[in-house]
Design a binder for this molecule. Structure first.
Ligand code: 5GP
Ligand code: ZN
Length: 116
């Protein structure tokens, strides 16, 4: 738990969220400013600033995030048309919240990966 981290507080339910999934390793909740019909954030319960801080010791957590993304895409009806999983790291990545998170996006055509 990092004291000033909004996602640590969401994991601990100290800040409310629309939660889709939680287990001993990861939590999935609705993005507050959704950019697609399906926009769910999947985070490790433990605080890491970004995915670059996660290594071999976190392989199980990272694997679980991938599995949960896949399962939620099915549950949310996004699997047949397809979806995207994105993690932003640092300034060039456009990261705004410094607790590792993956954006699960779907429910509409998502366009090219990058805009120029
Ligand atoms: P980043 O730009 O760091 O990859 O994405 C941060 C995401 O967190 C943004 O999509 C933003 O809408 C979302 N977000 C920021 N604050 C909150 C919050 O308090 N609750 C929820 N559910 N999402 C948040
Ligand atoms: Zn945190």
């Amino acid at each position: 738990m990092s004291d000033d981290c909004i996602f640590c507080k969401i994991v601990a339910a100290e800040i409310p969220s629309h939660q889709f999934y939680q287990d001993e390793l990861v939590t999935a909740f609705q993005d507050i400013s959704e950019q697609a019909p399906v926009h769910i954030l999947i985070v490790p319960n433990q605080h890491f600033n970004d995915v670059g801080e996660m290594g071999d010791a976190q392989a199980e957590i990272l694997g679980r995030i991938m599995q949960v993304a896949s399962q939620l895409a099915v549950q949310q009806g996004a699997a047949s048309e397809g979806w995207r999983l994105v993690t932003n790291v640092g300034r060039n990545g456009g990261q705004e919240v410094f607790h590792t998170h993956f954006h699960l996006l779907g429910g509409r055509p998502l366009g090219p990966l990058l805009t120029r």
